[in-house]
Design a binder for this molecule. Sequence first.
Ligand SMILES: Cc1ncc(COP(=O)(O)O)c(C=O)c1O
Length: 389
Amino acid sequence: MNIPMLDLKSQYQSIKQEIDQKILEVVASQRFILGDEVEALEREVADYSGAGFGVGVSSGSDALIISLMALGVEEGDYVVTTPFTFFATAGAVARLKAVPIFCDIEEDSFNLDPKKLAELLDIKIEKRDMSRIKAIIPIHLYGQVTDMDPIVHLAEKYRLKVIEDAAQAVGAEYPGDNGPKKACTLGDMGILSFFPSKNLGAFGDGGMVLTNDAELAAKLKLLRVHGSRNKYFYDVLGGNFRLDALQAGILRIKLKHLEGWQQQRRERAAAYHRLFQDSGLVSEGFVQVPQELYKDSEAANYHTYHQYVIRAKDRDKLQPYLKEKGIPSAIYYPLGLHQQKCFAYLGYKEGDFPVTEKATREVLALPIYPELKPEQQQFIVNGIAEFYS
Ligand SMILES: Cc1ncc(COP(=O)(O)O)c(C=O)c1O
């Protein structure tokens, strides 16, 4: 049975007419940089997410960099984040010569652990270093929002800014103290990635920063065009962080389908859950299925399943076994950022973040997308069951 890890060709086929027409429209306009399509997308994604403003940028990685720049993060500042994320989160901090401070994740959610964050800020950080901490970047990993209320309270207590890394969680909802809210509206800013494999994916690179703060939005727009308010006059040091009109046009079409796709992803996840329970793999302790922390809340998009990630016993033997059988899988992520060579200068060592390190040994992402068929899911779970038998 042929099972791709991701089936973007099928997705394109299902909306080909609308997309092709939009591409032709943009090509006919010969307006490729920023412009009407980008502005319309910014409005539509902001509305979808419940945010005041959207600023389209060149990628999710650049969205992180430009957000930190807008907050004035610079050399020697500290930014707290987790070591269990895609490289870009901490990479953006380091690119600005600021220092990533890692804080471990929760076992259940793989997201920043508010209790450990409190410990870090209340006890571990020397008083004299407190003023150097500028921001916290929680990552909503795999499509489920971090437990934000306690993090926002800590940020208020210590006057820190919060940038949500929602690269994997467009539209995901959090049932907080103030009722359900979508990712990117819970802190000061939130970033999205439109990398092609994301739930809302472009035909190339793209990203967005969302915020409710008009001043920050204006600053982001300035930084995105080299810091220039009037052509060839530069007020601040920015860069080229622009989103292009073709990507924006394509994303506008896809956005109309996003809610349906999110629901279909949840249905595929529910099917995996059932198959794993019925197989006995969960009760026998071979596999742990993803925890849905907000399922019984008012949050409709309680999980958007960018990835369906199980914890698997003997993961490193299971993965090649599945590959032999034609079952694709992926490991997000095989090594904590605190153990990466490029961050050796930060001075962390193995054992510093045990929950992250355990996750790097156990996680396995299985195919999940709206086009995935029941028989393919059955085949995948059967393959896993055969390995353990
Ligand atoms: C958690 C996280 N942050 C940031 C990024 C960076 O996004 P991009 O690939 O659009 O630069 C990604 C993308 O993979 C991501 O998963």
